[in-house]
Design a protein around this ligand. Structure first.
Ligand SMILES: Nc1ncnc2c1ncn2[C@@H]1O[C@H](COP(=O)(O)OP(=O)(O)O)[C@@H](O)[C@H]1O
Ligand SMILES: [Mg+2]
Length: 243
């Protein structure tokens, strides 16, 4: 948990620093998309599903500008849920996103991909297309549940389709540094991921929860909030590690 909140606010933080950023939403739940764009404006729009299934389309057919300067978005829609079924038996199934993003990449400094929660073919497409992976882990008793499956998938992707893939870091979100449990969980996460864990943690914050409803990133919605400060710090760490 925390993937979409991290994707939208990290994208906005990078864009604020003057980088040209593309946020690709590939989750059928489309939470990143509706964090920036009114549902009413999406009804007639083409989406990442169309881009990945109709080779006649180009980026400009699906691209949306956001209210954040330098931040463009490829929207998702619920029909993205059909994609996995439709790609069964297609030889290029894991490469669809990469093939579509590669020619676009040179137009942007950074492409951020927001993934679904499952490790199915859609997420595999993201792992094949990506150079770096950021793993948000919620600070909770169940924090490390599912980690083995994720690490196994990453290793399999690195073995064949994408040897370049690098885990850039793990970010602990919904952290409450006042509680002993949270501190214990943070230590446990560090034991598993070592120095991959970002030193910035993201605290539990009502402002972070609210900002998508107002179609804003945390930086315009509540610029002085802890969430804004923490995501700005995370952005600096990400730039230091990736560049
Ligand atoms: N740091 C945070 N503080 C408070 N609420 C958060 C925080 N991060 C995420 N949330 C909320 O938790 C829910 C799930 O987070 P989200 O980022 O959408 O996770 P995911 O994309 O991994 O499913 C959302 O309602 C979101 O607003
Ligand atoms: Mg999400």
């Amino acid at each position: 948990m925390g993937k979409t909140t991290t994707a939208i606010n990290l994208s906005a933080a990078l864009a604020q620093k003057g980088m040209k950023v593309l946020l690709a939403d590939i989750d059928p739940q489309a939470n990143s998309t509706i964090s920036f764009i009114d549902n009413g404006n999406l009804e007639q729009s083409l989406s990442i599903y169309d881009l990945m299934t109709d080779m006649k389309l180009s980026l400009s057919d699906v691209l949306k500008k956001t209210s954040v300067q330098n931040l463009d978005l490829i929207p998702s829609r619920i029909h993205m849920a059909k994609l996995e079924r439709e790609l069964i038996g297609e030889l290029d199934a894991p490469f669809r996103l990469k093939d579509r993003l590669d020619p676009i990449c040179k137009m942007y400094d950074v492409v951020v991909i927001d993934t679904p929660p499952t490790l199915g073919l859609i997420t595999v497409n993201a792992l094949v297309a990506a150079t770096h992976l950021i793993i948000p882990i919620q600070s909770s008793y169940f924090a490390l549940e599912g980690t083995d499956d994720l690490l196994e998938t990453i290793n399999r992707i690195k073995a064949r389709p994408n040897p370049e893939l690098e885990v850039l870091g793990v970010v602990v979100t919904l952290h409450d540094r006042r509680t002993t449990l949270s501190r214990d969980i943070y230590d446990q996460i560090c034991q598993v991921f070592g120095d991959k864990v970002f030193s910035t943690t993201i605290s539990k914050s009502v402002r972070l929860e609210e900002s998508p409803a107002y179609k804003e990133s945390i930086f315009t919605f509540a610029p002085a909030s802890t969430g804004a400060v923490e995501y700005a710090n995370l952005c600096e760490e990400v730039i230091r590690r990736a560049c």
